[in-house]
Design a protein around this ligand. Sequence first.
Ligand code: SME
Length: 168
Amino acid sequence: MLNNNKIVADSKENFYKMLIYRIESYLSAEKDVLANLCNVAALLYDNLEDINWAGFYLMKDGELVLGPFGGKAACTRIKIGKGVCGSAARDRRTYIVPNVHEFEGHIACDSASNSEIVVPIIKDDVLYGVLDIDSPKFNRFDDIDKIFLEKLVKKLNKYLDWKEVTRI
Ligand code: SME
């Protein structure tokens, strides 16, 4: 049985180190990509403070399609260049949005969301999707979140064969 207790840490950096370690223990025990993404979304949703949505949008036939997540039901398809997710996918860089209401084109899935971070998933130069996390707090995400969530995506790239859950 894998450890499912809530992660408690003395700093944000240590929290993320423990979270990534925990996620890696799941990834190394299972090959199925969909099963792994479901657990990663659950671990993020369950452990990150002050968030209301955490999950994946995956590239299918030229657009982002909703993947495993924790939180309220969300919009299913996002075009590249649209919203925060589509912008991060188009520009292939992490977007930190301190106030989503000031982001032109933001797609409101949950009215509780006030800030957001989106990390693109790129492996061998191919865009496979994005990791999206929303918070009810303004200005919830900073450079520490960015650094560690990008590390997390690198870890996912190490273990997961994205072709199983995408159509590029
Ligand atoms: N707000 C996102 C849409 C996805 S939801 O937040 C789950 C966006 O603007 O791309």
